[in-house]
Design a protein around this ligand. Sequence first.
Ligand code: AMP
Ligand code: MG
Length: 485
Amino acid sequence: MSAAIQFENTYATDLAGLYVPWQGKEWPDPQVLLLNTALARSLGLDADFLQGREGAKLLTGAALPDTSRPIAQAYAGHQFGGFSPQLGDGRAILLGEIVDPEGQRHDLHLKGSGRTPFSRGGDGRAVLGPVLREYLISEAMHALGVPTTRALAACTTGDRVLRQNGLEPGAVLARTASSHLRVGTFQFFAARGEQDKLRLLLDYAIARHDPDLTGAPDAALRFLKRVGARQAQLVAQWMGLGFIHGVMNTDNMTISGETIDYGPCAFMDSYDPKTVFSSIDHQGRYAYDNQPAILLWNLARLAEALLPMIHPDEDRAIAQASEVIDATRTRYREAWLEVFAKKLGLCLPVAGLIDAMHAVWAQQNVDFTLFFRALPEALQGHDAAVKVLFSAPDEKLDAWLSAYRAEFTAQDGDLAPMAAANPIYIPRNHLVEEALTAASESGDMAPFLTLLERLQNPFTPVDGAEIYANPAPADAPRIVTFCGT
Ligand code: AMP
Ligand code: MG
């Protein structure tokens, strides 16, 4: 077996008892369908090797280099508010870590690699459509400057897997992450009262993500604050793009501040703060405008798990953790204002103007992405480019546009950073669905590859590519998304 990937295994070595050693399944005909060659190179990996037969075996978990110690990680999680004490990698394994030429450590993880002790009733499998969906949207997020796990490869297994709509091609996603530590990882050991393991986990997480806190007397509290700050920044960026994660369960909230698990996520076309795409989110728990509240709710769950390490006196620990959560709320608001100020080409985040902009959008069916691309024309006095996006442009809009022009002039605003903050191409749901259907039903990858190319360059206008920039036709069917497919 080639040692084309030199794995390190700090998680497996340092955290005995926090995982189960586990192998991937052998597949009838593993093939690399898509390799992220740019990512492979940046990790210092041999793209030619990965694309070949042995590479396909490695990227589907069937044959691993001697340096890999594959494991299934244990975690728990609050799913839609209800606690599940044992989730864990039910269809995934961690192959190990890769240290890139810059010295950065990345997990390499396979999703769809077969059943594990954490599979519960699941089949341990993934199918092509959702694997390509994660590939596409995580690449789009990366290109948009949002912290995220990355797709290294999408492989087919040669098997067929039974899903709601019949048999579908089996697939495995190989993805990287700066770690797979989640809020739910801490909850797993907290729920079992395993304080020693929790301590080990905290030390490990700090060494990996916040090494400057190592040995600090108030490390647990400061770690909580760091996680809150990273998540506040992340969710603010999501909000600035109209991104709806769709399943912000605590097992899907990372310690690193990277977006993870692209199941039912989607980008909003026209602005409606109550937008939900997920088929199971009946209460709107994970709706667009509820994401900041959920971030704080999830952070409170992390705080609960850390309490004994924050302070031996529980009341004091709770008081200190509450302060961190309040500070994160403030931090989020600041990050959110900064994100929108940037989108308006402003340096100073003018809260009144930004809040008023959201009010002006209400009930107007305005396309969230196109609105910002139309603003430069309005700045030059051509309001029509903006007004045409509104179903009933009114005097509130006129007043906002005048206030915006005045503020832009007063701040000596700049159009160039604005263009770099407002994408032309986002993963519009109708285009994503079209591309995935062609790939998984007819084996036609062409629409997917063209869309991927647009999304990897979201700020660069391409002549003749208008259909990638425009919303779905008005009569297009409403898109619904699904978890765990
Ligand atoms: P997700 O919705 O992908 O975040 O997954 C939530 C939990 O369900 C995790 O513990 C997954 O490992 C598990 N899971 C999702 N799909 C499957 C499957 N097909 N087989 C086994 N476990 C699964
Ligand atoms: Mg998950």
